[in-house]
Ligand binder design. Structure first.
Ligand SMILES: NC(=O)c1ccc[n+]([C@@H]2O[C@H](COP(=O)([O-])OP(=O)(O)OC[C@H]3O[C@@H](n4cnc5c(N)ncnc54)[C@H](O)[C@@H]3O)[C@@H](O)[C@H]2O)c1
Length: 271
C-alpha cells in the first residue's frame, strides 16, 4: 500500500529537473501522475538531465517502474491549454487530488533585469510563466477539488522570492516568485473551508541539469561557490525538494496550510 494509492496528481514542468523528481516520487507513493510540460523531452536540452533519464520520458520512467502516468504537452501561460489539460486528466482518471505548480523559471540576465530597468519582454515572459501559469492551473483544478472537498496544492516560489539580490538584479523573477508565495496565502484562506490545503516551497540553489550547466563552478556564468552561504555547506539535490513535496501532498501535512517552506540548507543570501 502506497500513501497515495488511488490519488491523482498533476505536476507541471515535469519533463526534467525538479518537476521530474516530484512526479517520480509521487508515483512511487502510488499516485497516478499527469506529467505536463511545454516539451515532454525537455531533458534533451541539458547533458546532466539527459544522462539521468532511465527511459525516453518521465512518463515512460513511471510506467517502467510499475506506476500509471499520462503525458500532456502544454504551455502554462495558455489558460485554454491548461483547462484542456485538466479536462484530459478528468476524462482518464475522474479526479484530481494533488497539483504541483512547478513549471517556471527565470529568463534573461541579472544585468537586464535590475528592478528599475527590467526589460519589458522579460518581465512579461517570466511573470506569465511563473505567476500566471500557477494561477491558471489552480483555477482549472479548484472546482474539482471543491466538489471532492479535498485536495493538496503546492506552489513553487524561490529564495529569490523571499529576499532580494544584493544588486537588485533578476527582479522580474524574484517579484513573480514573491507573488506566487503571497497568492498561496490567499489561496489557503479561500480553499480551506473546502478541506483543501495550499502551501508553497521556496528552493535555494538546487543542482538540476540547468543549474549545473549555468551557475555551478566551472560553468559559463559561475562567479563564486554558491554553497558558501549555505549553513549545511552543500547545494540542494532534487530529492531534498521532493521529500518536502511528499510531506505537503500526503496526510503528514493535513493541518498545514498557507505556509512557505524554504528548502535552502539554511542559506544566508548574498546575491
Ligand atoms: N533549480 C533551482 O535551483 C530552483 C531554485 C528555486 C526555484 N526553482 C523553481 O523550481 C521550478 C523547477 O526548476 P528546475 O530547476 O527544475 O527548472 P528547469 O528549467 O530544469 O525545468 C523546468 C521545466 O518546466 C518546463 N516549462 C518551462 N516553462 C513552461 C511553460 N510555460 N509551460 C509548461 N512547462 C514549462 C520546462 O520545459 C522544463 O521541463 C521552477 O519554477 C523554478 O523557478 C528552481
Amino acid at each position: 500500500m502506497g500513501k497515495l494509492d488511488g490519488k491523482v496528481a498533476i505536476v507541471t514542468g515535469a519533463g526534467r529537473g525538479l518537476g521530474r523528481a516530484y512526479a517520480r516520487r509521487l508515483a512511487g507513493l502510488g499516485a497516478k501522475i499527469a506529467v505536463t510540460d511545454l516539451n515532454l523531452k525537455s531533458y534533451e536540452e541539458f547533458e546532466a538531465e539527459a544522462k539521468a533519464m532511465t527511459a525516453d520520458s518521465t512518463v515512460d520512467e513511471i510506467i517502467a517502474g510499475g506506476g500509471e502516468a499520462m503525458g500532456i504537452e502544454m504551455d502554462v501561460r495558455d489558460e485554454a491549454a491548461v483547462q484542456s489539460m485538466v479536462k484530459q486528466v478528468m476524462a482518464r482518471w475522474g479526479r484530481v487530488d494533488i497539483l504541483v505548480c512547478n513549471a517556471g523559471g527565470g529568463r534573461g540576465r541579472p544585468i537586464d533585469t535590475k528592478a528599475s530597468t527590467i526589460e519589458t519582454s522579460l518581465l512579461h515572459l517570466v511573470t506569465e510563466m511563473n505567476y500566471y501559469g500557477t494561477v491558471y492551473c489552480v483555477n482549472a483544478v479548484a472546482p474539482i477539488m471543491k466538489e471532492q472537498r479535498s485536495g493538496k496544492i503546492v506552489t513553487v516560489s524561490s529564495v529569490a522570492g523571499l529576499s532580494p539580490s544584493i544588486d537588485g538584479g533578476y527582479a522580474h523573477y524574484g517579484a513573480a516568485k514573491a507573488a506566487i508565495l503571497h497568492y498561496t496565502r490567499y489561496l489557503a484562506q479561500d480553499l480551506g473551508p473546502f478541506g483543501i490545503t495550499a502551501n508553497c516551497i521556496a528552493p535555494g540553489t538546487i543542482t538540476t541539469g540547468r543549474i549545473v550547466a549555468s551557475v555551478m563552478p566551472g560553468s559559463a556564468n559561475a562567479n563564486r561557490d554558491r554553497s558558501e552561504g549555505v549553513a549545511l555547506r552543500r547545494l540542494g539535490g532534487v530529492e531534498d525538494c521532493a521529500k518536502v513535496v511528499e510531506f505537503l501532498t500526503t496526510d503528514m501535512s493535513d493541518y498545514v496550510t498557507g505556509q512557505c517552506i524554504a528548502i535552502d540548507g539554511g542559506l544566508l543570501r548574498q546575491a
